[in-house]
Design a protein around this ligand. Sequence first.
Ligand SMILES: [Zn+2]
Length: 415
Amino acid sequence: MSINRERLQSHLEQLSQIGKIGETGVRRLAHSEEDREAVEVVRGWMAEAGLKARIDNFGNLIGKLEGKNPDAPVLMIGSHIDSQPYGGRFDGTAGALGALEVAQTMMEQGIQSKIPVEVICFADEEGSRFGKGTFGSRGITDQLETGEIERKDKNGVSRRQALESFGCNPDDMERSEYSEGDIQAFIELHIEQGPVLEKKEIPVGIVSGISGPLWMTVSFEGFAGHAGSVPMNLRQDALVGSSEVISQFDNIVKQDPNASTVGTVGSLHVFPDSRNIIPEKVEFTIDLRDIDINRRNQYENELMKVVKTTAEKYQLTYSIREDMRNDPSYCNHSIKEMMRIESEEMGLDAPELMSGPFHDALSLSQVCDYGMIFVRCKDGISHNPAEYASYQDIAEGVELMYRTAVRIVQDEIRH
Ligand SMILES: [Zn+2]
């Protein structure tokens, strides 16, 4: 292994002490004191490694390694170091500190980089404090919503105020944005946050892309009545109709057992929500994700048909609200190919898999080519202090990131 496993592990262990909760959890909310402390500690490590480190006006920490051509578009590598309020030690940190390890190893190995390399710890990936995540990565790529920094946390502190006390200047964010073409490629390593690699008993996977989520809210409306007196054949029960759709939706997304499609109904509102009244109105959410947009569209159509026929069957009216529709975003083919070749050389034989969750890489995918590496995590648990990935697995993933990055800074990627 080229990377320094012990150093990587020691960095991860030290960072997990900041905002530590319980035995294995962390709480480092975006732009908080704990977040600031973590950023300072990592900035110190960047400086020790010989990177030129800065904190931008979004609260991102960026460490730069110059290349032979200082004006060339950069290779950016990294992830985030903020956490959920009741989070784990490896979500984000594995990729952020892994990226630092990659850059440090490049210097130690005397790799002649043609282009600058930037190690980045993105600010507020998690989004739990202000209700909207991937702040830092959307920030540098000019994807923030207008007025977004006026959002408040539950104590009434606005993002603007939080950024100011973090030491940023929220009135000069433009200065921290990257222009088109400034970033050549982005690589992120992240724990899988799912059970696929563990099932396959392989430590590392190559991400094919980030699935595009389709979010909708379906409402059924029938007619309320006394649960004791309205005969069954005269009912217009919105919950019975909804439950049929929910169960059919599950069948639709499961029809191809080899597909990566996932579908979830995670929230249900019943009105008037009383044990002796026939449900009059039911609202439920749809979360449908797939790396294959055609298949996702097909399943969406099938779901629409089920909603329509079920409404007719139970004499319900219905409406469907679209809450979010994102296309899947595919990893760059030549980066994936480099990862595949290197992983074979390492004897890993890393499989390709889709990312269901968002990551900062999704923001970057709008402006540059990107690649992602997943590391196996125990029982797929994340956003939980019980989250666990072995240091050995993380080291394998970081080694793969290192080898990929070395190829990118020495060759040109095919776009
Ligand atoms: Zn994360």
